[in-house]
Design a binder for this molecule. Structure first.
Ligand code: SF4
Length: 380
């Protein structure tokens, strides 16, 4: 008798990627990494060694890691860049993507470790991969405050301590503190490969501020003392994928937004309503500006104007399903044309005839809850 074995259902290749990612040192370390400084409370959970309960969706981040690794490795081979170098001072640790040494500093290294083209000034570079969805914002506004803090911390460690004393980079450690002059962000679009570079002079005051931020996290007795720097699950993708999401937003009633736990009394409700009204006013004012500008540009051809590019899309004939041809095709194939009542047409006929359209409660369905905020009236 032949035994037929069923082919195993195909596994997702992401299972392997997530498993490997979970074992990466930065997914388990309790020492604060410079790249963990995205949120004060999250940094607090890492320092406290809190359990990571939310796996989150790490696919975009993992793709970013792959691209990162490939680009840096090729830059090392082709240009002899110093890549993936560790800096640490016992309080915070980080891996700098690339350090570009100037002629004087490079001359202190053995010849084989010198870059092919030295930098004008010592530069700490960080590579960030971004999706096309946020690319315009990246090109317009550059790094976020959190990204800037991360790179300032790297640069400050290099400037005050130098390269960490670990195997594989002892020759760099011997340089001692390195006089960093610049930081550079190299943004790479994950969808198109486009590259955008932004450089800043190293700023001692901003670096001290970044350092102060870390010290505040370290001084906290518990993570809950530290601010939630993002708006929470459902509003912030960082919170959606945060490993400490459950600890940070405890006691949320089933089916309710996590942010409900921020309201305890009428004072909190009053504050939230004030925020709502302020946000609404800003949105209205912004919408008015946009509406007017949109109408003004209605006849403008595509092109660059000042800092912005104008492009147009749409305006094509809309396609719809051709019911009559479908009926003919069904006829030819001797298939039965389904006779489902046409609700919209029946409603229109009853209304035209002046008759009441009958209604009933749809089972299990509820209308969406909408908020209504108006000026409170006081009884005189
Ligand atoms: S859930 Fe959001 S606010 Fe809370 S620790 Fe994580 S990133 Fe910070």
């Amino acid at each position: 008798m032949t035994v037929q074995t069923m082919p195993a259902s195909p596994v997702s290749i992401w299972d392997a990627a997530h498993a490997v990612d979970a074992r990466r040192p930065r997914s388990v370390q309790t020492q604060l990494g410079a790249s963990d400084t995205i949120c004060a409370r999250r940094a607090g959970y890492i320092v406290a060694g809190a359990e990571r309960t939310n796996a989150g969706d790490k696919r975009a981040a993992i793709l970013g890691t792959y691209i990162h690794r490939g680009l840096l490795e090729d830059a090392r081979r082709e240009y002899n860049w110093l890549v993936e170098r560790t800096v640490s001072d016992g309080l915070v640790r980080g891996h700098i993507d690339a350090v570009h040494l100037d002629v004087a500093t490079a001359a202190r290294l053995p010849k084989r470790h010198r870059p092919l083209v030295p930098a004008e000034a010592v530069t700490v570079e960080d590579i960030k991969t971004k999706s096309a969805r946020v690319w315009d914002r990246v090109v317009r506004y550059g790094p976020t405050a959190e990204e800037m803090r991360q790179v300032l911390l790297y640069a400050l460690l290099l400037k005050t301590v130098g390269f960490a004393d670990i195997p594989g980079q002892r020759y760099l450690h011997r340089l001692g503190p390195v006089e960093v002059a610049r930081i550079r962000f190299r943004f790479v679009c994950r969808d198109t490969g486009e590259e955008h570079i932004q450089e800043f002079e190293f700023d001692d005051w901003l670096a001290a501020q970044a350092r102060w931020w870390v010290e505040r996290v370290m001084e906290a007795v518990s993570p809950e003392e530290l601010s939630r720097d993002h708006d929470g699950p459902g509003l912030s993708v960082i919170c959606d994928n945060c490993p400490f999401r459950e600890a940070c937003w405890p006691g949320v009633a089933p089916g309710r937004p996590a942010q409900t736990i921020l309201v305890h009394d009428d004072a909190d409700r009053a504050k939230a309503l004030e925020d709502y009204v302020r946000g609404h006013e800003k949105q209205r004012a912004g919408q008015r500006i946009k509406d007017k500008a949109r109408k003004m540009l209605d006849r403008a051809p595509e092109g660059n104007y000042g800092d912005n590019h104008l492009g147009w899309s749409g305006g094509n004939a809309r396609e719809e399903v051709d019911v009559m041809t479908m009926v003919e095709m069904f006829d030819d194939a001797e298939l039965t044309v389904p006779m489902v009542p046409d609700k919209e047409a029946m409603v229109a006929i009853l209304r035209r005839a002046g008759m009441v359209v009958p209604r009933r409660t749809a089972s299990g369905q509820k209308t969406p809850i909408s908020i209504s905020v108006t000026k409170a009236r006081t009884n005189l």
